[in-house]
Write a protein that binds this ligand. Structure first.
Ligand SMILES: Cc1ncc(COP(=O)(O)O)c(C=O)c1O
Length: 465
């Protein structure tokens, strides 16, 4: 693997660089190269110290980032990296440098990049029919819905275009279900419960259910009637559900953005029992943890506890935008024509891609391989990283793994990137999140663990300064 030893101050200031990157920083910071980008993203990128002025491709990445910083609304603090192609678990930047991808586009590219069956499904369908809207029926949409129903607790499916839209639909379906179930009542249950460290999306309903206050507060008033309770606290959840005011409880069986926290069986069972006793709905958000990532097709299968509604998105169409809301017949019975809809959702192209993904991931041997590789990787990480004083815990299930640190994770993430490994943060910024393509090999996991291990000293340097 080649790696690109540039220095970035996206996460590190000059005082916090590793010795190698400090050296590079000095070299590259010279007036001779003078290729510093400092824009609204607070990103500094320095040209590599060889042939930079004579290699036009190097300018290309930097020019592209500079141009981007002028035209995009500043919602993203992007890493200073322009990716141009991918194959399997490898990504390549504009200059041809290779990166091992343990991000999967934030838990999306479950089959890696350029899976041949996915490419066939997309290209064949693009040559046949791409979009018709939901005014008409289409074959790939039906095939995908039938497969989702056959492989889950659900009886019916609604398609959306993203995770937040799937949760938005689940919010509306929950309210409508309660109105339908309490005919004539002036005030049916309309409130919601969500939990600490949860993430359900960015639109006005889903963001109202998202626990991080700074995602919500600039946009208030968001949807009212949401109470956040401690994830895992059975007593507080049971008490509030028993009040009879709750339309639905939204919960991730395994929290992704929040820091890779798994629910206990007792917690999910208590939610199920309380919801059943008063008629509240239980919604499992499996946008990140669903579809094979845990080694089970659906994360909740490991618990043997089933929801009334499940939301899906990220990996379902292998990189094309999709969301899905899976519901029981009882919930679907409350929904009428016109209650919800989407122009793009469930189009033939995206659904054909999703059929290819679902077919592959649902294979028992594929799921077993995720379990095996997940266990292998966790054990390896514990062995290699566990001795470091900054590593508090390695946790997760299957191939959704968090390394909990006692310091911010971003210097490590940045150092890994410089060494050719892409990883994410999670939680309060102190967790390294590993969500590789599910097709990753043990050899690639070995390589990732080696890079993580080699980059760990950056945390000491950061901490000292
Ligand atoms: C659990 C969960 N729900 C919902 C969402 C929102 O999905 P999207 O970004 O597709 O809107 C995410 C995104 O990270 C998520 O992890």
């Amino acid at each position: 693997m080649s790696c690109y030893p540039y220095s970035s101050s996206l996460f590190l200031n000059n005082n916090t660089l590793s010795p190698a990157s400090t050296r590079l920083h000095r070299t590259c910071n010279s007036a001779r190269f003078g290729l510093r980008i400092s824009a609204s993203l607070n990103v500094e990128v320095h040209a590599p110290d060889s042939n930079s002025s004579s290699n036009p491709r190097i300018t290309k990445s930097q020019e592209l980032m500079e141009e981007s910083n002028k035209v995009f609304v500043g919602t993203y603090a992007r890493a200073p990296l322009v990716l141009s192609s991918g194959k399997g678990c490898k990504l390549y930047d504009l200059e041809g440098r290779e990166y091992l991808d343990l991000t999967s586009g934030i838990a999306v590219n479950a089959l890696g990049h350029g899976d041949p069956d996915w490419i066939t499904a997309v290209t064949q369908q693009a040559n046949t029919l791409t979009h018709v809207s939901n005014i008409y029926y289409s074959l790939p949409q039906l095939e995908l819905a039938k497969r989702l129903v056959a492989s889950s607790f659900a009886d019916r499916v609604f398609f959306s275009n993203s995770g937040t839209e799937a949760n938005e639909a689940a919010i509306k379906f929950s309210r409508k279900f309660q109105r339908f179930s309490h005919p004539g009542e002036k005030q049916p249950p309309v409130e919601f419960i969500a939990f600490s460290n949860c993430f359900h999306g960015r639109t006005m309903g889903a963001v109202a259910l998202t626990s991080k206050e700074h995602y919500r507060s600039p946009f208030e008033p968001v949807m009212p009637g949401v109470t956040f309770l401690e994830y895992g606290n059975i007593q507080s959840a049971t008490e509030l559900i028993q009040s009879g005011k709750i339309a639905a409880v939204f919960v991730e069986p395994i929290q992704g953005e929040g820091g890779i926290y798994s629910a206990t069986k007792e917690f999910l069972q208590a939610l199920r029992t309380s919801c059943d006793s008063v008629g509240s709905l239980l919604v499992f958000d499996e946008v990140q943890c669903g579809l094979g990532r845990t080694g089970h097709l659906w994360a909740h299968e490991a618990y043997g506890i089933y929801p009334d509604i499940m939301t899906l998105a990220k990996p379902l169409a292998g990189g094309l935008p999709i969301g899905a809301v899976l519901v029981t017949e009882r919930v679907a019975a409350a929904i009428n024509y016109g209650d919800h809809g989407s122009t793009f959702a469930g189009g033939p192209l995206v659904c054909n891609a999703a059929v290819a993904v679902l077919k592959k991931i649902a294979e028992p041997s594929f799921l077993a391989s995720v379990t095996k590789k997940g266990q292998y990787f966790r054990e390896l990480l514990v062995k290699k990283l566990g001795g470091n004083s900054h590593v508090k815990e390695v946790r997760g299930v299957g191939l959704i793994i968090g390394i909990d640190l006692d310091v911010p994770a971003s210097p490590l993430v940045d150092a890994c990137q410089q060494s050719g490994l892409l990883v994410l943060t999670a939680g309060k910024g102190n967790v390294v999140r590993l969500v590789p393509p599910l097709t990753i090999t043990e050899q690639e996991l070995d390589h990732a663990a080696e890079i993580l291990f080699n980059c760990l000293p950056v945390l000491d340097k950061t901490n000292k300064n």
